[in-house]
Design a protein around this ligand. Structure first.
Ligand code: KG4
Ligand code: ZN
Length: 338
């Protein structure tokens, strides 16, 4: 008999619900229907996510989103076999809305509940598109996290490096703010950079011993450079040069991992995996023979979505790792070593 999973993602400013279906023996479930409600209109006038407003918006968006997904999927709540939600990391008020909704449904319909780790769920998002052969390296590049994993199997992975300060998405967003671009800044900076000269402004190189990442120094360098240039600022070239410096560091660390592990297959997941320059550089690496192949989810599954939560929830369900109704949410990541 097939298993239907309903997943809820509400860790930051996107309310998302997904319905997935797995046949017996499937390693990962297939997406049946999903929906995401962005809150950009709520937060853009503040230039960043306002946690209190985000929690309230989740409350308004959750049930309409769920009704839409059930209607598209042609399924009623009684047919759902597993309810799942993001548990950590994220904004506490936001996490509480989705997590409590899924726990309540699991209680009412007497079905299992699964709590999910947001970052580990991003890792699973690539399986919604195509399953890379194991082993491969996976780079999580999101608004809140930058981390590098070695993936040896669906449930077997190990962290090789993490951001020691700002995440790369945060650097994109803060950089965009300094350049007077809109919210969220990453896509706006990506677009502006396309018409600029990435060699026009020089940024320092970041040197770290381990496979970790540090983006906050480059962000401060950008603020100083924009101030220094004043009215002479060529914003498109500044955006392109800043973006190049972020990607030089990110890909420099990735290259060290590729050389160290001799693994030449790479996946990129998380919102910054939508970045056009990053994708072009990985294409070039394949042309040059540095990588054999690279993988990424479809753009809509790079940014936060419940489909990836559903994939991870199904893996946990298969392993018998069920949540309890007393489970609480957590703001911090604390990813486990596997
Ligand atoms: O994965 P995600 O939706 O949320 C977190 O888990 O944090 O990632 C959101 C991040 C934001 O920082 C956003 O600016 C960035 O992804 N982003 C991009 C692009 N599209 C989204 N950054 C650079 N270029 C893009 N095209
Ligand atoms: Zn995310």
């Amino acid at each position: 008999m097939a298993t239907h999973v309903m997943a809820v993602e509400s860790s930051c400013d996107d309310t998302s619900i997904a319905l997935l279906r797995a046949e017996p023996g499937d390693e990962v479930p297939r997406l049946v229907s999903w929906s995401v409600q962005s809150q950009n209109d709520v937060h853009e006038k503040f230039g960043g996510v306002v946690p209190e407003l985000a929690s309230r918006a989740h409350l308004y968006n959750l049930l309409p989103c769920m009704r839409k997904v059930l209607a598209h999927g042609g399924i009623s709540l009684e047919d759902v076999d597993v309810f799942a939600a993001t548990r950590q990391p994220g904004l506490i008020g936001c996490l509480l809305i989705g997590h409590t909704a899924a726990k309540t449904l699991s209680f009412v319909f007497d079905k299992p509940f699964v709590s999910c780790h947001h970052i580990e769920s991003h890792l699973m998002s690539v399986y919604l598109e195509k399953q890379p052969p194991f082993p491969y390296l996976s780079l999580v590049v999101s608004g809140g996290h930058t981390s590098l994993y070695r993936i040896d199997g669906f449930d077997t992975y190990e962290i090789l490096g993490v951001a020691i300060d700002d995440a790369i998405g945060e650097a994109f967003d803060k950089g965009a703010k300094v350049l007077g671009l809109g919210f969220p800044g990453g896509p706006a900076l990506d677009l502006l950079a396309q018409s600029g000269d990435e060699k026009k402004y020089a940024f320092g190189r970041v040197h770290l011993e381990a496979l970790n990442f540090s983006f906050s120094g480059l962000k401060s360098e950008l603020a100083r450079a924009v101030k220094r240039e004043g009215e002479n600022l060529d914003a498109a070239s500044m955006a392109a040069s800043f973006q190049r410096s972020l990607l030089d560091h990110l890909l420099g660390q990735l290259l060290r991992a590729v050389k160290g592990t001799k693994i030449t297959r790479v996946a990129i997941v998380g919102g910054v995996a939508r970045n056009s320059a990053l994708r072009r550089r990985l294409d070039a690496w394949v042309q040059e023979g540095v990588l054999s192949e690279w993988f990424a989810p479809k753009p809509e599954f790079c940014t936060d979505n419940a489909a990836m939560i559903g994939v991870y929830a199904y893996r946990k369900y298969k392993r018998g790792e069920l949540g309890l109704l007393t489970d609480d949410v957590e703001a911090t990541a604390r990813p486990k070593r596997k």
